[in-house]
Ligand binder design. Structure first.
Ligand code: IPM
Ligand code: MN
Length: 358
């Protein structure tokens, strides 16, 4: 069978880290005899520079025709420092989410033995933490209308909207994930204040009896924010709405101690997107120093979730674990020891995949 991957490298370190993931994907494809066809497309600041649109129609077309999208990073300081810029790279990301119907953002949180001391949290607190954050990605206050300013400019408003169907599909995904894991599901909301949260809770409670094997708990978001850093091991699968998920997943990322290691998947109606959770790290662009592991692990998620190839995903994870053990790492996690370049880490991982049998 043949698979089509749209490659959206984007800005900053995007092209360098995506190149390493491609090496690893190639190695997997060769080993397991999969046909993979890549199509590159523009996104982010580079797309604004070239065609004036951070998510051009051509790019959308290519994504729609793909089985999966491998995404690097977007963002450029020239836009961050210019509040008057009308077109911004981030708008491309939001347009892509909406147009591809990427309703579920999966951000696994776990630790790596050799990096655990890098977490700002106490080792005994984070050692063994392993949970999956599922963030709703196409609804809520990010996309609700009306949004804007009053005529006199003295008032601004955003609207948080959720329809039952949107809640149901993501809550069901949460139950399915919990069923394949430790069978605990935490639904995070603010039902003591928000109408949308009350609809979330009501909907989840209606679905609950269909999954009797899952232990469900409901938690207010402020409490969840506290529990994530005081007792992260209590969580298995967490489901929440768009903005709460944005904030909580950044918070949760400190558990593993290194942004450069964390992958994500955005599951969609039309296709799915796999990307590291870190940004475009402009200061490192072109220097061959960025950590490619988060992107390589995103490729592992791609094999698992987009193609249903668990063995391929497991081999990529194994390669990353072994690279960490062997100290074949970039400077961000080298701890003053020898640092390898982005390219060298990618080559090492691809070689490992070629030579190792699970
Ligand atoms: C993320 C980012 C985006 C978001 C921004 C860049 C629009 O923070 O992917 O978490 O808020 O969703
Ligand atoms: Mn965010």
């Amino acid at each position: 069978m043949s698979y089509k991957i749209a490659v959206l490298a984007g800005d900053g370190i995007g092209p360098e880290i995506v190149a390493q993931a491609r090496k690893v994907i190639e190695a997997i494809a060769e080993k397991y005899k999969h046909q993979i066809e890549y199509t590159e497309a523009l996104v982010g600041a580079v797309a604004i520079d070239e065609v004036g649109n951070p998510y051009p129609d051509d790019t959308h077309e290519i994504c729609m025709n793909s089985d999966a999208v491998l995404f690097g990073a977007i963002g450029h300081p020239k836009f961050d420092n210019d509040p008057s810029a009308k077109v911004r790279p981030e708008q491309g990301l939001l347009a892509m989410r909406q147009k591809l119907g990427l309703y579920a953002n999966l951000r696994p949180v776990n630790t790596f033995k050799s990096l655990i001391h890098k977490s700002p949290l106490k080792t005994e607190l984070v050692d063994g933490a392993d949970f999956m954050c599922i963030r709703e990605l196409t609804g809520g206050i990010y996309f609700g209308r009306p949004q804007g300013r009053s005529e006199d400019g003295q008032t601004a408003y955003d609207t948080c909207v959720y329809a039952v169907e949107e809640i149901e599909r993501i809550v069901r995904l949460g139950f399915e994930f919990a069923g394949k894991r430790r069978k605990r599901l935490t639904i995070v909301d603010k039902a003591n204040v928000l109408a949308t949260s009350r609809l979330w809770r009501e909907t989840a409670q209606r679905i609950e009896p269909e999954y009797p094997e899952i232990e469900v708990e409901y938690m207010f978001v402020d409490n969840a924010a506290m529990q994530i850093i005081t007792w992260p091991k209590r969580f298995d699968v967490m489901v929440t709405e768009n903005m709460f998920g944005d904030i909580l997943t950044d918070e949760a990322s400190v558990i593993s101690g290194s942004m450069g290691m964390l992958p994500s998947a955005s599951i969609g109606v039309n296709t799915s997107v796999f990307e590291p959770i870190h940004g475009s790290y402009p200061q490192a662009a072109g220097k061959n120093i960025a950590n490619p592991c988060a992107t390589v692990l995103s490729a592992a998620m791609m094999f698992e979730y987009a193609f249903g190839m668990m063995k391929e995903g497991a081999l990529i994870r194994k390669a990353v674990d072994e690279a960490l053990e062997a100290g074949v790492v970039t400077e961000d996690i080298a701890d003053g020891k020898k640092a390898y370049s982005t390219d060298q880490v990618g080559d090492w991982l691809a070689d490992f995949v070629k030579n190792y049998s699970l």
